[in-house]
Design a protein around this ligand. Structure first.
Ligand code: ADP
Length: 441
């Protein structure tokens, strides 16, 4: 509003000043034409202009006497004005006097012969009309702004209430879960952002439920797995205790079985500890530059006796020497698990081929066998904890059902991937892809 006001006043100032200049030049000419007798004719014209532009025009001579006044009040009187004084010193004035709501204009009238300033034309033009109009506009604008603010505040309140409402629902659900309640999916509708948040939240809830389910399943599996050898040992011990004069051979046999069950219990516990440690300290990797060829050869050396028992041919094929950043102990466990499985779940006189290759970024280990193979519907479960394809047979082979779960944890901790292809009675192929340098993809 202030800018608008200044612009209007400035426009008015320019217009009035233009008229004023015309009057000034006319006055100069009239001095020339009528010498000292300029007042009567000029007075008429000045009055006319003054009426049109609301001006009061006064002419002041060098002695500061008012020689002409369109209001006819001050004629003959003395004019004391700094603006007139400034004008006699060569500075014409044309400014808005906001206090008195008028434009103040002065113009020097030079005598045509000497070019000296003989008179000063001093005028005021009221701009009260502009201030009045601006004040009414200000009032209207203020009213409109107040109405707008009230409407906008109302709208903002309503909009924020609507926006916050879905989040309240999420907050309630989180609180409910925090207090131990079940994580039930929420169904929020609204803007696409809210729907996205709702979907993501539901995905998170599903994941929580999944984790809770797998935790419960894990606990029940662990209890079951740990209980089985204990039950066997109890049966064996009870049958020994319940018999009088047990023959030495039977006693030896049962004690041997008990030791076998104890070994198995031990194996399950150490596998479980490895897995739990991997889960907890998955990030605590002891990474170093390792010669992968040597690492695989060392593991195969350890497994050869097991392969020899079933007359299984164990072949290692390396395409190039490979040095990679891995955790040597953990990665050795992967090789041992995969090759161990390939021997365990194989027929007598079978074969196991291990191959090693690399490109610029990854190295690849392939463990291939021509053993039992894995049924298609089991393929997606074999990396689950305690999952075994054929419970009775796989338990008899000495498996705990944790080997592949451990292997996958280790591969993931190396930012790698593991894949399996298999066909029942034809064999299985496990492929690991591991980055040569230990950095996340
Ligand atoms: P386990 O200790 O029982 O061997 P794993 O986690 O190593 O447990 O393997 C899970 C199951 O996957 C095994 O019980 C077995 O049924 C199946 N499996 C794993 N490797 C092979 C393989 N090379 N050939 C056939 N079946 C396999």
């Amino acid at each position: 509003m202030n800018v608008a006001e200044s612009t209007v006043i400035e426009t008015r100032r320019k217009n009035v000043n233009a008229q004023f200049s015309v009057l000034g030049s006319y006055y100069s000419k009239s001095i020339n034409a009528q010498s000292n007798d300029m007042s009567s004719k000029f007075d008429d014209m000045a009055e006319e202009i003054a009426n049109v532009f609301l001006n009061r025009i006064q002419i002041i001579d060098r002695s500061f006497n008012i020689v002409s006044d369109t209001y006819q009040i001050n004629k003959g009187k003395l004019c004391i004005s700094s603006d007139v004084n400034k004008c006699f010193n060569g500075n014409n004035q044309a400014y808005a006097d906001k206090k008195n709501k008028c434009l103040v204009l002065t113009q020097a009238i030079k005598s045509p012969d000497s070019q000296d300033i003989s008179y000063v034309m001093f005028a005021t033009s009221s701009i009260a009309d502009i201030y009045t109009a601006m004040d009414s506009i200000r009032l209207v604008v203020a009213a409109v702004v107040i109405i707008l603010v009230v409407v906008l505040l109302g709208f903002a309140f309503f909009a924020s209430y609507r926006m916050v409402k879905p989040f309240r629902k999420i907050e309630e659900t989180i609180e409910h879960i925090g207090k131990g309640g079940t994580a039930e999916r929420i169904n929020l509708s609204g803007s696409s952002e809210i729907e996205t948040i709702s979907n993501s939240f539901n995905m998170m809830l599903d994941r929580i439920n999944q984790l809770e389910e797998s935790r419960q399943e894990f606990v029940s599996n662990v209890s079951h797995e740990l209980k089985t050898p204990i039950t066997s040992m109890k049966v064996l011990a009870e049958s020994l205790v319940g018999q009088q004069g047990v023959p030495e051979e039977l006693y030896q046999e049962f004690m041997g079985d008990i030791i076998g069950e104890l070994d198995r219990e031990n194996l399950i516990i150490s596998d479980l500890l490895t897995l739990v440690k991997m889960d907890r300290t998955g990030l605590e990797m002891n990474i170093s530059q390792v010669n992968i060829n040597d690492l695989i050869e060392a593991q195969l050396r350890l497994l050869r006796p097991l392969a020899a028992e079933k007359n299984i041919e164990l072949v290692f094929e390396s395409y190039r020497p490979i040095i990679a950043e891995v955790d040597e102990t953990k990665f050795s466990m992967c090789i041992s698990n995969l090759v161990g499985n390939a021997i365990k779940y194989n027929n007598n006189d079978g074969w196991v081929h291990v191959s090693l290759n690399a490109d610029a970024t990854y190295f690849y280990v392939k463990v291939q066998d021509n053993g039992f193979g894995i049924p298609e519907d089991s393929l997606e479960h074999i990396f689950d904890r305690f999952y075994r394809v054929d419970k009775a047979r796989d338990r008899a082979t000495g498996g705990t059902g944790l080997g592949l779960a451990i292997t996958r944890s280790i591969v993931t901790a190396h930012y790698g991937t593991i894949k399996v292809f298999s066909e029942v009675d034809a064999g299985s192929t496990f492929t690991m892809q591991i980055p040569l340098t230990h950095v996340p993809e």
